[in-house]
Design a protein around this ligand. Sequence first.
Ligand code: GUN
Length: 299
Amino acid sequence: MTTVIDGKQVAASVIDAVKTASQALKDQAGVKTGLAVVIVGNDPASHAYVSSKSKMAKECGFTSVQHTLPEETTQEELAALVQTLNKDESLHGILVQLPLPKHLNSEPIIQSILPEKDVDGLHVVNAGKLATGDLDGGLVSCTPAGAMVFVKRTHGEDLSGLNAVVIGRSNLFGKPMAQLLLAANATVTIAHSRTRDLAAVCRNADILVAAVGRPEMVKADWVKPGATVIDVGINRIAAPERGEGKSRLVGDVAFEECAEVAAVITPVPGGVGPMTIAMLMANTVIAAYRKAGKTAPKF
Ligand code: GUN
């Protein structure tokens, strides 16, 4: 029997743990955890993501601040806002929603966030800590951290002897995911668009993580029988069967056929997606514990 991971349920258990941790910090140190979310421009999908992040922060008992800036915001204005948020002692986490409008350069903005408030885990200091195996000192990018929760709940903390293949090499996901798997002792391959015979590489994977942004690219004959398949893709495709002009979300994995071969698989939607927000909340409460000089909880 194939296990289909219920991402909403796992995310809810992480959120419960975050609520308990933030309440404990309030009770023990009088500190209320604070998260600032910044969005620039009018992209409807980004607005939807950001409002669910702000809402979840409130639900977790955090101070939740949202800065909604107009499309024509300048680089200097955005940089000045980040400096203000960096200095604000009531805020432990800062997230600038990506992508930014085209006229803005995201990299200097992300790198200007204090590393200890970089709950997205995108600052080079946090990327560097992960790369050097310092998992307890920095903040890990939320989507790989969430995918790793699934891997550990399936295989335990120690992945010794297991082959893991990550398809995708982005800074936001592929690289940090590979480093998390490596830190847990997996034998890791990072595959990408230039990899020769991708199917053969994937068939070697006990843990296959797909993050390429190509709808249903991973087919059943790419999957090793009994593998764990984590699908990080979110692709909107036309769904004429649902009516004219309708669409639906699919992952990077052809779910139905791969579910016949895998032992454990995540669906899209309802797999990794809900975990991203949960891990953002986890990172924020971790940042608040560290600022208060207390040992941070693990999620
Ligand atoms: N846009 C899509 N995913 C993310 C994310 O994880 N962090 C930020 N900042 N923006 C995003």
